[in-house]
Design a protein around this ligand. Structure first.
Ligand SMILES: [Zn+2]
Length: 120
């Protein structure tokens, strides 16, 4: 199950990132997953929970944002989301486009919580 490997990398990335904020703990991590990345969000969530359970990251929330496949028309340079494998340009109606995104798999953000907020 390759979601397990991904969950592992996410947790490592969170730990690396969190190390830059001493005295704080990671609260929520956002992932951006393109629909072409062939990742099953539910499996990923399951693996993530299994790996963080009974660790210091147990309370860490995971938020997954699915990014649609995007194409760019080579004729009129319009960017559009591809649905149901329809690659026709909505602007000029031509079928001459290239894939520009939709296979990303990245950490979008990490929210940390300070244990003892400094007095304002
Ligand atoms: Zn076009």
């Amino acid at each position: 199950m390759h979601e397990m490997g991904i969950a592992n990398s996410v947790i490592e990335a969170v730990r690396t990132e969190a190390a830059r904020y001493p005295g704080s703990s990671p609260r929520k991590v956002g992932l951006r997953i393109g629909e072409l990345a062939a990742v099953d969000p539910e499996s990923l969530r399951f693996c993530f929970e299994a790996l963080t359970k009974e660790t210091d990251l147990e309370s860490l929330e995971l938020e997954i944002e699915i990014r649609p496949r995007r194409h760019r028309c080579r004729d009129c340079h319009t960017d559009f989301n591809v649905k149901d494998y329809d690659f026709t340009c909505p602007q000029c109606g031509k079928l001459n486009s290239e894939c520009i995104s939709g296979d990303e798999l990245e950490m979008a953000y990490l929210e940390v919580e300070e244990h003892e907020p400094s007095p304002a």
